[in-house]
Write a protein that binds this ligand. Structure first.
Ligand code: NAD
Ligand code: WQD
Length: 338
């Protein structure tokens, strides 16, 4: 298939373009590079040995989208393009609703005008809020999000589901990611946060490479075995492969489907620090800090639906996740900057 990958220069998008190419699909990247670098294109080309078509464009720009859909024969869209910083979304709710929701509405409008009615959407475990039960299956009711970012995901799930209900020609697959970390084995593409990392693993790798002094552990009085937050970390390459499997489902006229993409295993913050130290041989100094607003005790998936219906299951364990995050950071201490 020929796939438009919106947000394809980002962390998860770039890894997915590699896996799509390796599975024999053609890809076209659309990205405004607001949170990524054009250098990623050359890195993907080096990994895959294939020329990558890309457009520097915004999903809010209807004219640009019209041109791309007129020129490229697109079969399906994988939609990663969005702003994703939780704390920033609390400060800039309008920007988040505009970019993520208005952007998606624009993209979907141009898609339907061009008869492209297949979409895989990047959703998040954040839609479960404080989950009603653990491990979280897709039947777990959606919850109250604690920030505008989370609401954009929850609302976009509803919007895309309603569009599919009204027009059965649409195939909509909502993928709820748990906590993606790791990087491609080559160590040439990876997560590249701008400024101070919000997420745990990039913060740890920046401490390891000497860019930050110590990790702040946000709370050790949670209701978990060691008191620190427990999450379901998943290797980004496994996540990327999940999209290739979801595309296969689209080819079977899936209708509307929802899948958790996680490993089903929960690790605490301290587990991650210890595993990273073992994998890298680098000590990570840390200090216990107050809880971070909006955080929950525990979040991990039951990903058996994806296994049964997509034939997908995460292959990499925590060791590979830590080794590969470290290889990327060590080889690229400043990410894609020189
Ligand atoms: P990322 O920021 O690395 O990638 C998103 C890409 O979209 C970036 O390259 C950015 O430049 C681009 N983009 C943003 N707004 C755009 C617009 N208006 N027009 C065109 N391009 C635009 O983030 P990521 O970690 O790769 O996440 C990809 C998707 O998965 C996002 O939608 C995110 O919300 C979702 N997600 C991420 C996580 C996570 O922890 N990383 C977890 C769950 C869901
Ligand atoms: C993991 C654990 C923190 C940083 C976020 C979004 C979610 C999804 C994935 C997009 C928690 C602790 C973290 C640090 C720490 N993104 N921590 N010190 O919060 O599970 O999920 O990313 O959809 O929507 O909310 O991930 O990596 O930020 O935190 O102690 O410097 O690490 O408290 O327990 P989170 P995270």
């Amino acid at each position: 298939m020929r796939i438009l990958v919106a947000g394809g220069a980002g962390f998860i998008g770039s890894h997915t373009v590699v896996e799509l190419a390796e599975a024999g699909h053609e890809t076209v990247i659309l990205d405004n590079f607001s949170n990524s670098s054009e250098k990623v294109i050359g890195r993907i080309e080096a990994i895959t040995g294939k020329k990558i078509t890309f457009y520097k464009a915004d999903i809010l720009d209807k004219g640009a989208l019209e041109e791309i859909f007129s020129k490229e024969k697109i079969d399906a869209v994988i939609h990663f393009a969005g702003l994703k910083a939780v704390a920033e979304s609390v400060q800039k709710p309008w920007e988040y609703y505009e970019n993520n929701i208005a952007g998606t509405l624009t993209l979907v409008d141009v898609m339907r005008k061009h008869g492209v009615k297949n979409i895989i959407f990047s959703s998040s475990a954040t839609v479960y809020g404080n989950p009603a039960f653990i491990p979280i299956t897709e039947e777990c009711p959606k919850g109250q999000c604690t920030n505008p970012y989370g609401w954009t995901k929850s609302m976009l799930e509803q919007i895309l589901s309603d569009i599919q209900k009204a027009d059965k020609e649409w195939n909509v697959i909502l993928l709820r990611y748990f906590n993606p970390i790791g990087a491609h084995k080559s160590g040439t593409i990876g997560e590249n946060p701008s400024g101070v990392p919000n997420n745990l693993m990039p913060y740890i790798t920046q401490v390891a490479v000497g860019k930050r002094e110590e990790l702040g552990v946000f709370g050790n009085d949670y209701n978990t075995p060691d008191g620190t937050g427990v999450r379901d970390y998943i290797h980004v390459v496994d996540l990327a492969k999940g999209h290739v499997k979801a595309l296969k489902k689209i080819e079977e006229n899936a209708g509307l489907k929802i899948y958790n993409l996680g490993t089903g295993i929960g690790y605490s913050v301290i587990d991650i620090v210890k595993n990273f130290e073992e994998a890298s041989g680098v000590k990570i100094p840390y200090a216990i800090k107050p809880r971070r607003a909006g955080d929950i005790d525990t979040c991990y998936s039951d990903a058996s639906r994806a296994k049964e219906e997509l034939g997908w299951e995460a292959e990499n364990g925590i060791r590979e996740m830590c080794e590969d995050s470290w290889r990327w950071q060590k080889n690229n201490p400043n990410g894609y900057e020189d």
